[in-house]
Design a protein. Structure first.
Length: 191
């Protein structure tokens, strides 16, 4: 990337290694569990959730036959339990792991995934970035990215104006906006 601001961020952060995740379905469940929780709390709850299953894997057919009350011992809230069950049903009905393919446009995947109760654009973008390893995702609604860009570029705007400025500033990063976002997340933790 030739843009000087992001080049400075890369120098500060150093090299970042990314590893493909375990798959869209499992990542989707983990994303739902982690919504509005600290990393530590969500990791603990997700580990407990996996322990509810004999082999440690929440097969979508098995999970979709469960009730919210059966998920509660893991520490999952009633609402998140409903979302998790919705995701499992969606996975079985739409063959989730096979429905998403490499030539499917990002926006089409976002539209497909946001049909699931509890899955919004941000969650779909995280799945695009981390599960599907898409290279040009820019999660403009992510608070960490917003804070990092406001600091990096001295932005004073808020709300829609901030997002519009961010989109414009990130345009030179195409087709590597996912990489730029990963660096911005790491960079914000340096300050």
């Amino acid at each position: 990337m030739q843009e000087p601001h992001i080049a400075d961020v890369i120098r500060v952060v150093g090299e970042i290694e990314t590893k493909p995740s375990g798959g869209v379905y499992l990542d989707l469940l983990e994303s739902i569990v982690s919504q509005q929780l600290s990393v530590k709390a969500s990791d603990t709850i997700f580990r407990r959730f996996l322990l509810l299953f004999d082999n440690g894997y929440p097969d979508p057919f098995v999970l979709s036959s469960m009730t919210p009350e059966q998920l509660r011992p893991a520490g999952v809230s009633q609402q998140k339990a409903q979302y998790i069950l919705s995701a499992a049903r969606f996975a079985t009905e739409h063959h989730l792991e096979h429905a998403l393919h490499d030539d499917m446009p990002d926006e089409e995947i976002i539209k497909f995934l946001t049909q699931i109760a509890g899955v919004g654009r941000w969650t779909a973008e995280m799945l695009l970035m981390f599960s599907l390893q898409r290279q040009d995702v820019f999660p403009v609604d992510d608070l960490g990215i917003q804070h990092a860009m406001a600091r990096l570029f001295g932005l004073q705007e808020r709300g829609r104006e901030l997002k519009n400025s961010m989109i414009q500033l990130a345009e030179p990063w195409r087709p590597w906006r996912t990489t730029a976002s990963l660096y911005l997340w790491r960079w914000k933790d340096h300050f």
